[in-house]
Ligand binder design. Structure first.
Ligand code: ATP
Ligand code: MG
Length: 223
């Protein structure tokens, strides 16, 4: 009963401007967390909901860690932040995860008045044309594209030319230069190199305790 209240009750009672941070989170790291926190502050969001993907359509080329482990790591990582939440929406949905379905799901949950802000890395926006129903998606939410200092905004010109509707919906957010990626963390674990200070300690301990990413063959070195 308490679980149900925390998962849905709290989310509903706070709604207005809500951030949605989708990702594989395999594992979640400080790049994700610092981006979410910056979005919260810069766009005056009431909360950021982390949405670990179920089966991600864009990441089929290496064995993605089972959803429950990625969900657990995400829960651990956000536990100390009162404005961060985690949703099981994509994990509990069968089949591949598409942003359009997730945004529609949150629209239903929060109602039409709530403004949804989909937070991604600017690199992900470069691929937006390949997303399912992107025109419709733009009608349902804003996008916050996290750029690192030095990111060349002109790289997005082509995308904006092909998708003019994106212009009014796309907001940029400069985040501190965090050259952290999940793939690098997985590689480090496999090679026995440190991952300390790249991600929350609880997540680091969970990775070692469960033996995640230890097996080189499970990693995408050959990618
Ligand atoms: P991988 O290395 O496996 O691609 P990742 O580190 O990019 O993983 P994802 O779960 O794919 O992590 O990322 C989720 C979202 O977070 C994406 O929108 C991605 O662009 C963004 N992101 C990832 N790393 C960073 C970072 N260091 N700074 C800002 N945004 C990031
Ligand atoms: Mg990535």
């Amino acid at each position: 009963m308490t679980m149900t209240f925390q998962q849905t009750g709290t989310i509903e009672s706070l709604a207005r401007k809500i951030g949605i941070m989708g990702g594989t989170f395999d594992p979640i790291h400080f790049g994700h967390l610092v981006t979410a926190e910056a979005a919260l502050a810069s766009f005056d969001l009431e909360q950021v909901i982390f949405v670990p993907s179920g089966k991600p359509p864009h990441k089929k080329d290496y064995p993605v860690t089972e959803a429950e482990a990625r969900y657990l790591m995400t829960i651990m990582a956000v536990a100390t932040n009162a404005r961060f939440r985690v949703s099981r929406m994509e994990i509990d949905r069968p089949g591949y995860s598409y942003a359009i379905d997730t945004v529609k799901g949150f629209r239903e949950l929060f109602g039409p008045q709530t403004e949804l802000y989909f937070i991604t890395g600017a690199d992900a926006i470069l691929e937006i044309l390949t997303w399912k129903n992107v025109e419709k998606l733009l009608g349902l939410c804003h996008f916050i594209a996290a750029t690192r200092p030095g990111f060349d905004l002109h790289a997005l010109d082509q995308v904006l030319d092909k998708l003019p509707a994106l212009k009014g919906r796309l907001h940029f957010l400069e985040v501190p230069a965090l050259a952290i990626s999940s793939s690098d963390i997985r590689k480090r674990v496999a090679e026995g190199r440190p991952i300390k200070y790249l991600l929350p300690e609880t997540v680091e301990h969970y990775i070692y305790k469960t033996g995640l990413y230890q097996d080189r063959k499970q990693n995408e070195e050959e990618r």
